[in-house]
Design a protein around this ligand. Structure first.
Ligand code: DX5
Ligand code: ZN
Length: 215
């Protein structure tokens, strides 16, 4: 069964406690938290204070996706805010290896995210150091976009690379995940499904999460 990580970007921020309670009562495994700086991506979302509050609202894993430049400046603050997994973008890190070591030394799991145009092969010399690879299946910055079909091939390729190297790196898919495409994504090799609008715009979010879990 895949790990299901609803993205709170699509939640109602005025009712964050209720949204957290709903996820706590659901089969969701992780909270996916999208931090945007208005520089790396053309949108600003939320930051440390919201994550601090969510830390008090759940014991589930806080999976923090940093869509920001210079993530090394903030890694320690995200640890203090309660992040369990910290993912940085390949395209935002000149010194990716150093950034990954920093995150792990702070006691968090480290992820690297790839934009849709970034090739899997570029991970050749970093894959053994990361706990998770987040493959963007939309261009980062906004929820509610359509899944880019070529992503499936990237997932298959990455899965092969992980197996060849004898690693247990998780593959997370983020963007445009729906009840219709979730099974194909899992079949291609994804371990973690992020879903924002599919979960929070659903008439019954609990059932939708359960359905994603059974993909
Ligand atoms: C996009 C974010 C995603 C987003 C997914 O930049 O990284 O996590 O919230 O939203 P949906 O599932 O609606 O595509
Ligand atoms: Zn995300």
């Amino acid at each position: 069964m895949p790990i299901v990580a609803p993205s709170l970007l699509a939640s109602n921020f005025l009712r964050l406690q209720d949204e957290a309670n709903m996820l706590n009562a659901s089969e969701a495994d992780w909270f996916h938290l999208d931090v945007m700086d208005g520089r790396f991506v053309p949108n600003i979302s939320f930051g440390l204070p919201i994550i601090q509050q969510l830390r008090k609202a759940t014991t589930k894993v806080l999976d923090v996706h940093l869509m920001i430049e210079e993530p090394e400046k903030y890694a320690e603050a995200f640890k203090q805010a309660g992040a369990d997994i910290l993912t940085v973008h390949y395209e935002a890190c000149t010194h990716l290896h150093r950034n990954i070591q920093q995150i792990k030394n702070l006691g968090m799991k480290a992820g690297v995210a790839l934009n849709p145009h970034t090739a899997i092969g570029l991970l050749e010399n970093i894959l053994q150091d990361v706990d998770m690879v987040l493959i963007m299946s939309v261009n980062p910055g906004f929820g509610g976009q359509h899944f880019i079909p070529q992503t499936l091939e990237k997932v298959r390729l990455l899965k092969q690379m992980i197996i060849q190297k004898g690693l247990s790196t998780l593959i997370e898919i983020d963007g445009g995940v729906t009840l219709e495409n979730a099974s194909a994504i899992v079949q291609a090799g994804a371990d973690v499904l992020v879903a924002g609008s599919t979960v929070f715009n659903a008439v019954n979010p609990l059932e939708t999460i359960a359905a994603l879990k059974n993909s």
